[in-house]
Design a protein around this ligand. Structure first.
Ligand code: 13P
Ligand code: ZN
Length: 275
């Protein structure tokens, strides 16, 4: 068996390719990371190379010390992941303190993990804690319609959540806890990572104003599906706002309350404000 035939690698490659096909990954835009299970590490270990070179992560994630991740590379194109996974993605191991990483497989032509590694790892650390280890995927995409909305909607969690919930009936069921919004910040560093990971304490989705979206989930299907659902809802809202500034009818707060009861989800009342 080849490394690229192992099932978690295949799932990762397929997800990257699906994102590319949706048009969310121009040039090197976007990044993806997966927190490996023990069985993934065992299957991949025969392919690991020896590497004693440790590099600073740029932040500290003690809750992830000693864990292994599959990540996309900085400056690498999602378009190339399925064609040349050995160069586009890599397995990294964190040291016991969660302060440094080393590359064990991948980036064949040279390279390093995504510049958003601090955000990915800080989000993983939060999600691992609040989901008892269930969540394993963090995904950042340059979703066109969500980005467009960050120029015209107030940058508040309440407005983004409510407006996107209204655009498709399944939205409150897919992201019942809502959506967080990070105002415009310089990408690629610890500050934006801290701001995003704070939102990940209560949400699975965080908007980066004028930049894109972060989504977190249990596996590749759920995380890609979440990104897709939010972006599709944003596309509908862009179309509605392009037709008219006033909706003639919509889903109302009491409709959401009925939906919550029947679908067995809790929708925080702060999103069900009267307009
Ligand atoms: P990387 O190529 O470093 O992953 O950066 C792409 C990106 O989307 C930055 O936010
Ligand atoms: Zn980006």
């Amino acid at each position: 068996m080849e490394m690229t035939e192992i099932s978690f690698i295949k799932g990762f490659i397929r997800m990257a390719d699906d994102g590319w096909k949706r048009g969310w990954h121009e040039r090197n835009g976007g990044n993806l990371s997966y927190r490996m299970k023990d069985e993934d590490v065992a299957a991949a270990r025969p392919f690991f190379k020896k590497n004693e070179t440790w590099t600073d992560i740029g932040t500290s994630v003690p809750g992830l010390g000693g864990e292994f991740f599959l990540v996309t590379g900085s400056g690498k194109y999602f378009r190339n992941v399925s064609l040349n996974p050995e160069d586009s993605i890599a397995v990294i191991e964190l040291d016991e303190k969660g302060e440094r990483y080393r590359i064990l497989w991948g980036f064949e032509g040279g390279g390093r993990p995504t510049s958003e590694l601090p955000s990915h790892l800080m989000n993983h650390e939060v999600k691992k804690r609040v989901t008892d280890g269930k969540y394993r995927v963090i995904y950042h995409a340059h979703t066109t319609n969500v980005i467009a909305l960050t120029f015209v909607l107030p940058l508040s969690d309440e407005v983004f959540t409510r407006e996107l919930w209204e655009m498709a009936t399944e939205c409150p069921v897919v992201f019942p806890s809502g959506i967080g919004v990070v105002p415009w910040m310089v990408p690629g560093g610890r500050d934006i990572a801290v701001a995003t990971s704070k939102l990940m304490e209560k949400y699975d989705v965080a908007v980066w104003a004028h930049h894109g979206l972060f989504a977190a989930g249990e596996d590749f299907d759920l995380t890609f599906g979440l990104m897709h659902t939010v972006e599709k809802s944003a596309e509908i809202l862009v179309k509605v706002l392009s037709i008219t500034p006033h909706k003639l009818q919509t889903i109302k707060p009491d409709d959401f309350r009925s939906l919550a009861k029947d679908f067995n989800v809790t929708l925080p009342e702060r999103f069900l404000y009267e307009k």
